[in-house]
Design a protein around this ligand. Structure first.
Ligand SMILES: [Mn+2]
Length: 399
């Protein structure tokens, strides 16, 4: 890391032991060689973000609690000599990359080496990677005898390891906030809060505030912008955190948003506009439901455009192979948060209507979800519209 402020913080940190992570663990770090046999020891949270200040006042956010910070400290001790592989989800977005960058920078202050391994990076991420000065590698460049433990960021799904599934590396920690039906990893530790708006918010709550240097702040702020639709769905705590991070980063708001949602290349935008002619839309109980096929991968790019058009419930499908599609789903914030039409539940309902053989290849959040679906395009569109109609009926039936 060449950032002088970061180096200064790192050396100050070494001089001042009081800024270290918790030093008295109730959970002792496990020796690396025993990781293979450990049962997962720490569970999943499904609770609102804490409203009381963390007892460790050095952190600047509350999306993780003291137990999470203790776990994070234990993981750090466990990988201190070996180093770790940091693994954001496939087709990483700013939340996944931002979280990976921040963990990497924090570990670096303790001289713990890390490698960021990411698959299917899309050109949309170029700007962010350039700004952060990182170049993730693929699983291909990790040697077979490299047994460093893996930390997954913004995912706890096995899909992340499409190429590396056979690897012997144990996942020591997953930091995540998704509702997922996907085959789950079995990490030794989990720091999962499904009520947190972003993984970057969780990571910001794990790192002592004074060690968050400008570039780390930028990474975390971009991740928060990405997962909250440029703060549109951010709660008060997230807004406060974003403001602090933005101040530390010294980067203007519009530039942070641009890293999270880079302007599309003009030819890509032109293709998306042309593809909109194949959109199928219905109006049901005053909701506009629209489904569109796209060749631009991932379909999240098309579905984000559709959401910006103020469609209530949008779905984009892109063909993966014969009779298999990748789904990206968005529910606009009014329907997601006011009427309780939850994107991740909708995705699950669509998936079961499509008769996904391997149950659970979808996941996501209240307002965004995705996954893979089997079937013919026209049938899948029918299933999506039927599932949304049912969800709208259920939402309207609620008192
Ligand atoms: Mn995320």
């Amino acid at each position: 890391m060449s950032n002088p402020r970061h180096l200064e913080l790192a050396s100050r940190r070494q001089r001042n032991p009081s800024t270290r992570m918790p030093s008295h663990y109730s959970v002792k770090p496990e020796p690396l060689e025993s990781l293979q046999s450990i049962e997962p020891v720490y569970g999943m949270k499904d609770k609102p973000v804490s409203s009381s200040p963390p007892s460790n006042s050095k952190v600047i956010a509350r999306m993780a609690d003291d137990q999470d910070r203790e776990v994070f400290g234990v993981v750090m001790e466990t990988v201190r000599s070996s180093g770790a592989i940091l693994c954001p989800h496939d087709v990483p977005d700013a939340d996944a990359f931002g979280a990976a960058y921040a963990v990497r920078a924090f570990f670096q202050t303790e001289n713990i080496p890390t490698t960021i391994v990411a698959e299917r990076i899309i050109p949309n991420s170029d700007l962010l990677l350039l700004a952060l000065g990182i170049s993730p590698v693929g699983w291909d460049s990790i040697r077979a005898d490299d047994l460093r433990p893996i930390i997954t960021l913004d995912t706890s799904s096995r899909n992340t390891f499409r190429k590396g599934a056979e690897r012997k590396n144990r996942v020591i920690l997953s930091i995540d906030h998704h509702y997922a039906d996907q085959a789950k990893l079995e990490p030794v530790y989990r720091i999962i809060n499904r009520q947190a708006g972003s993984t970057c918010g969780i990571v910001a709550s794990l790192i002592p505030g004074e060690l968050i240097d400008p570039l780390t702040a930028l990474a975390l702020a971009a991740g928060i912008s990405c997962d909250t639709q440029r703060l549109l769905t951010a709660d008060d705590e997230t807004l406060r955190l974003f403001r602090r991070l933005r101040r530390i980063s010294k980067v203007p708001r519009h530039r942070i948003d641009e890293l999270a949602f880079p302007s599309l290349k003009r030819d890509v935008l032109a293709t998306l506009i042309a593809e909109l002619s194949s959109i199928r839309s219905v109006v049901y109980n005053e909701r506009v439901i629209a489904v569109c096929m796209t060749a631009i991968k991932p379909p999240a790019i098309m579905v984000t455009l559709m959401r910006e058009m103020d469609i209530d419930i949008s779905a984009a499908l892109s063909p993966l192979s014969h009779r298999r599609f990748q789904l990206s789903l968005r529910v606009n914030q009014k329907n997601a948060f006011e009427y309780g039409i939850k994107a991740h539940e909708l995705a699950r309902s669509i998936s079961s209507r499509c008769g996904s053989l391997s149950k659970g290849e979808v996941g996501g959040h209240d307002d965004m979800a995705g996954g893979t679906l089997p079937g013919q395009y026209e049938d899948i569109v029918d299933h999506i519209i039927a599932a949304v109609r049912e969800a709208v009926d259920k939402a309207l039936a609620k008192p």
